[in-house]
Design a protein around this ligand. Structure first.
Ligand code: UDP
Length: 345
């Protein structure tokens, strides 16, 4: 099998590439490194079954060639992170909508199977729990930038389903709930890597709002296995499926758990939403997936407990911090040894 992963140098994409290579597949990664990083796939680069293209999605010809060579396309390239979405709404809408349109158009020529990574954000502020795939979406006004993400991903879903209906392009749509694990960066605002960094540095853990909002965190390794099972299930074609863990935790309790697992003395600071994001920011109070459809189609559900996930994230971030410290020390030593003596005075 040849698999094309758009966004393959990203957090989830790199774990997916790893799993596909481990089972003997050929993998092509297309990534513009806007939020992904070479660091995420450095350990895979000596694998001869992997090819990487550091390019954007908008090069229609390249995309068509890569899709042609592949048996399946995992379309993961998208704007990520609530903070980034608020800061760069044009980029969010364009990346999400145009990128998906181009992938579907290219795949439709030879009816290649496409997995579209969508998001639980699509449900919006529908106060219900758990969310079932056929529940209504409830968004706020267009003047609140956050909702542009939900709307752009919903449009991706509509388009993918339309391609299936009208052109018989086989598509599977996964609505990913909060996915966490090693290699996820806190740079775009995601809560778990942010808390772990803060705890390891001994700086305050920043809980936004009153910390009573809750989320369900799925381990990336579990999520990848669910995606692989879903694309192998013929009945999943043309379906929208929730993918996540359904164990719920409040963000306040998450901060306490991170402190406990890292044995950190960091204080917890509560930051009002207006300060954390922008005036008028709306958060979701809860976001719990109903996993019945996933279990029926994939025969699997994410189960790694939160404390075990936190331990993996802590181990990864500590190892990375140590690598950075070693490199900084080596560079300073090299610099000192090449400086003329007079400048050292
Ligand atoms: N959050 C927080 N502190 C942070 C980052 C995020 O309290 O430093 C909160 C955020 O307001 C939300 C939850 O953690 O209620 C999850 O945020 P994230 O951006 O990880 O994902 P979301 O579920 O909002 O897409």
């Amino acid at each position: 099998m040849v698999s094309l992963i758009t966004g393959g140098a990203g957090f989830i994409g790199s774990h997916l590439a790893e799993a596909l290579l481990a089972r003997g597949d050929q993998v092509i990664i297309l990534d513009d490194l806007s939020t992904g990083s070479v660091e995420n796939i450095r350990h895979l680069r000596s694998n001869r079954s992997l090819r990487c293209f550091i390019e954007g999605m908008m090069d229609r010809r390249l995309l068509a060639e890569l899709v042609d060579e592949s048996d399946i396309v995992f379309h993961l390239a998208a704007a990520v992170g609530v903070r980034r979405i608020i800061e760069s709404p044009v980029r969010t809408i364009e990346t999400n909508v145009k990128g998906t349109e181009l992938v579907l158009e290219a795949a439709a020529k030879k009816l290649k199977l496409v997995f579209i990574a969508s998001t639980s954000e699509v449900y919006g502020k529908n106060g219900k729990a758990p969310f079932r795939e056929d529940d209504d979406t409830v968004w706020g006004p267009t003047t609140t930038s956050r909702w542009s993400y939900a709307a752009s991903k919903a449009l991706d879903e509509f388009l993918a389903l339309a391609y299936w209906k009208e052109k018989r392009l086989p598509v599977v749509i996964g609505r990913l709930f909060n996915t966490v694990g090693p290699r996820q960066t806190g740079r775009y605002g995601m809560v778990l890597p942010t808390f772990v960094n803060q705890a390891l540095e001994g700086s305050p853990l920043t809980v936004f709002g009153n910390g009573k909002q809750s989320r369900c965190f799925g381990y990336v390794g579990d999520i990848v296995q669910c995606i692989l099972r879903l694309v192998a299930a013929p009945e999943a074609v043309g379906q929208v499926v929730n993918i996540g863990n359904d164990a719920e935790v409040t963000i306040g309790d998450l901060a306490l758990l991170v402190k406990q697992r890292t044995d950190s003395a960091s204080p917890i600071h509560f930051v009002p939403y207006d300060e954390a994001y922008e005036p008028g920011f709306e958060d979701m109070a809860r976001r719990v997936p109903c996993l019945d459809k996933l279990v029926r189609l994939a025969g699997l559900r994410p189960t790694t407990p939160l404390s075990a996930i936190i331990d993996k994230v802590v181990a990864h971030q500590s190892a990375r911090d140590q690598r950075v410290m070693r490199t900084t020390r080596r560079r300073s030593r090299d610099l000192l040894s090449t400086q003329p003596v007079s400048t050292l005075d």
